[in-house]
Design a protein around this ligand. Structure first.
Ligand SMILES: [Fe+2]
Length: 255
């Protein structure tokens, strides 16, 4: 299994604090059946500035440590970029780290809102030849209240990734329900852990995939597994025609 979103790189953000925690996370990942993981440190979220070269250097180091410790896990480079108006400049100056050096970028929205420039930035990213992936839309309050905003962005070419622990209910019932609605309406394309540690923000990948298989059948289950592979290989991923979430189904009180 491939996990495309994690905070396993030590000392980069609010994920693993040091190497020993990274190695513990790596062991937990392997126990879940994960063999490849993308490290996606926060970038430009008001607290962290993590440029591409820094991330890549420390990923080499972490992969060496994993080998020394006999942990069968490969770490690939990535970055979780908070949406901002400077992304294109940062792409041009080499600060942005696409997922495994493909054309895919992880874009994070703030938890409470969808900035007014979101559609413009998502458009410009694509205009520059990159594919934006909006991470954990199910945890955004504004999108839960107005899912048509997300439908619009997906319809215009954005992809999305939901968090395994949203599906398992670790973020609460309303978020779990919204995550399921996103799957049902073809508004999400990837499942990932967004693991920060092995305690309160762990992997939950196996459980989430089991829920998907049981609820939506093997075809959808394999689509999600396959999409993560296609993503790290820089290929086109599988997209089903997005559907609008009808008004009566909306979750009014999410948080
Ligand atoms: Fe994250």
């Amino acid at each position: 299994m491939i996990d495309i979103h994690s905070h396993i790189l030590p000392g980069f953000d609010d994920g693993a604090v040091d190497l020993s925690e990274s190695l513990n996370m790596a062991r937990a990942a392997v126990n879940e059946g994960i063999h490849t993981i993308v490290a996606t440190p926060h970038h430009q979220n008001g607290y962290y500035f993590n440029p591409k070269n820094d991330i890549e250097y420390h990923i080499l180091e972490l992969n060496n440590k994993l080998q020394e410790a006999n942990i069968p896990l490969t770490v690939l480079p990535g970055q979780e970029i908070r949406i901002n108006l400077n992304i294109i400049n940062e792409i041009l100056s080499g600060i942005i780290a696409p997922i495994n050096n493909t054309r895919y970028l992880f874009i994070e929205l703030p938890s409470w809102e969808v900035p007014i420039f979101t559609e413009q930035v998502i458009y410009e990213i694509q205009l520059n030849g990159y594919i934006p992936i909006i991470v954990h839309p199910e945890r955004n309050r504004k999108l839960a209240e107005n899912p048509s905003i997300l439908y619009n962005l997906v319809n215009k070419g954005a992809l999305t990734q939901i968090t395994a622990s949203s599906l398992t209910g670790n973020f609460g019932k309303p978020i779990q329900k919204f995550a399921h609605q996103l799957i049902e309406h073809h508004l999400t394309h990837f499942i990932a852990s967004d693991a920060h540690n092995i305690t309160n923000r762990g992997f939950h990948m196996q459980k989430a995939y089991n829920i998907i298989k049981k609820t939506y059948g093997t075809e959808i289950y394999y689509m999600y597994l396959e999409n993560s592979k296609l993503l790290i290989d820089g290929q086109y991923v599988i997209r089903n025609e997005p559907q609008k979430i009808l008004k009566k189904k909306r979750i009014r009180r999410l948080f």
